[in-house]
Ligand binder design. Structure first.
Ligand code: PGA
Length: 265
């Protein structure tokens, strides 16, 4: 059984004081969900600058922190770089790798995504590797080919134990920040293909354990429909996770799943 995972990606939005205020607000909102950590993992990815203080704020809770990016180098004369080790030391346990905004605005190629994935694992971080097709690729019917290439290129060097520490996020580029989403069936079709790739690369144990997230315009109303599919294990959430109350409500929906039998209600 894969435990659901909700990951908040704050992008470049919150200052350090705003990050701390969110943490402060979130805890009481989860307060009545006794034992929520048995049925859900929550990860928050703030600006790197907030990792340490927010980690202190959340230290006594099961909430984990992630970074939004890392540099592949380990240590050295790399001005401006932030390695996985530095992020781990600052409190991160996960890191988003290959987000489409990094691929688009920072020129990250499949090779760079692979180097970063490997570097994250060496540093003890769980990489959340993002893949997904653009609107043009989708309209040409290339979704599965693009995702297949991205998954293979990012993960092809990993041994089974390393693969187990990976999370894959399927984020169609056209769905990020647009309010548009694929149908749950489309997301399932891609997630199933990703799982097949993981099977080919690292075997059935990894196939069954690796979590696959859906990301792109996830909100309180549509979250459940994605989680109801067999191969989607959680969500990578941008805009809808910027308010603590909304993130807490999404956590509530996952924990109380049986109380919300109708998807998206
Ligand atoms: P969104 O962003 O939820 O605001 O679409 C998701 C992401 O970029 O990870």
């Amino acid at each position: 059984m894969r435990r659901p995972l909700l990951t908040a990606n704050w992008k470049m939005y919150k200052t350090v004081p705003e990050s701390l205020a969110y943490g402060h607000e979130l805890l009481p909102l989860l307060g009545d969900l006794i034992g929520w950590e048995e049925s859900l993992d929550l990860v928050i990815c703030p600006t790197d600058l907030a990792l340490w203080p927010l980690g202190e704020e959340l230290a006594s809770t099961p909430i984990r922190l992630g970074a939004q990016n890392l540099d592949p180098g380990i240590q050295g004369a790399l001005t401006g770089g932030t390695s996985g080790f530095l992020l781990h030391e600052a409190g991160a346990r996960f890191v988003i790798v290959g987000h489409s905004e990094r691929r688009k605005f920072f020129g990250e190629t499949d090779v760079i995504v692979r180097e970063k994935t490997e570097a994250a694992l060496v540093a003890g971080l769980g990489p959340i590797v993002c893949v997904g097709e653009s609107a043009e690729e989708r309209s040409r019917g290339e979704t599965l080919d693009v995702v297949h290439r991205q998954v293979q290129e990012a993960l092809k060097t990993l041994q089974t134990p390393q693969m187990m520490a990976v999370t894959v996020a399927y984020e169609p580029v056209w769905a990020i920040g647009t309010g548009m989403v694929p149908s749950p069936e489309e997301a399932q079709r891609v997630a199933e293909a990703i799982r097949q790739d993981i099977d080919e690369l690292a075997g059935t144990e990894a196939r069954d354990q690796v979590r696959i997230l859906y990301g792109g315009s996830v909100n309180e109303a549509n979250l459940q429909s994605f989680l109801d599919t067999p191969d989607v294990d959680g969500a990578l959430i941008g805009g809808a996770a910027l308010k603590a109350v909304n993130f807490a409500n999404m956590a509530r929906r996952v924990v109380n799943r049986d109380s919300f039998p109708e998807s998206g209600q």
